[in-house]
Design a protein around this ligand. Structure first.
Ligand code: ATP
Length: 206
């Protein structure tokens, strides 16, 4: 609801192997793909064909005024437990309002974007690469640099979740190193003071 050209709540059911969306030019076919990309956590406004993050909110038509928010719920079948959680159905929700405040939910519980990314990575499914292939993307994949192509295969082979964890661990490690450096500096500052205090204690004891 409220996403791009969809002012009213609209429900799409993709329960067959192949679904075709047919409509005149500019009727909103690509907006459906954009909605799926968006709810999967897409952060690039360019990929979503907008300039600001609020551009995904319905901006009004001749029949209806603009809306204050956009919301997409993606219902995923998890009966095979490809994502290792107890739920047989996963509902990923993303909301945004005109103040730019956004929210992610998994089965109606508030979560961070990272949680959505981790959940999708577990199922080798993500917003970035081949899960949603838009117009022109095949050309992009074929002409992309080796590094960009590697990203594509990383997601396909399922190492993405470990890469996210690795990056988190590296960040933590960097923080810890900074803390250690700070502590060493403090120790260096305190050492002369400690020496003089030790001397004083020795004197007093004598
Ligand atoms: P084509 O066949 O030309 O690729 P399409 O059917 O894929 O077109 P989309 O690109 O999905 O169409 O939809 C474009 C329409 O969506 C335009 O009419 C545009 O005005 C409308 N639209 C995009 N963003 C918003 C928004 N935030 N609010 C209202 N309408 C929007």
């Amino acid at each position: 609801q409220g996403f791009k050209s969809f002012a009213q709540p609209v429900e799409f059911i993709f329960n067959r192997e192949l679904t075709t969306i047919v409509g005149p030019n500019g009727s909103g076919k690509s907006n459906i793909a954009d909605a799926i990309r968006w709810v999967l956590g897409e952060q690039s406004n360019k990929t979503l064909r907008g300039k600001k993050s609020e551009d995904v909110i319905f901006s009004g038509s001749d029949k209806k005024g603009k809306l204050g928010f956009a919301q997409v719920n993606l219902y995923l079948n998890n009966k095979d437990h490809l994502v290792n959680i107890d739920y047989e159905q996963i509902i990923i929700t993303r909301k945004i309002n005109r103040q730019g405040e956004s929210e992610y939910l998994i089965n109606n519980n508030k979560v961070r974007l990272l949680d959505v990314q981790m959940l999708l990575a577990q199922a080798n499914f993500g917003q970035k690469t081949y899960s949603v292939i838009g117009q022109g993307m095949i050309t992009t994949i074929l002409t992309s640099s080796a590094a960009e192509r590697k990203e594509f295969f990383d997601e396909a082979t399922g190492v993405k979740q470990f890469q996210i964890k690795k990056q988190q661990a590296e960040n933590k490690l960097r923080h810890s190193k900074e803390n250690i450096e700070q502590t060493i500096n403090i120790l260096k500052e305190l050492a002369p003071h400690l020496r003089s205090l030790t001397r004083q204690v020795n004197k007093l004891e004598k």
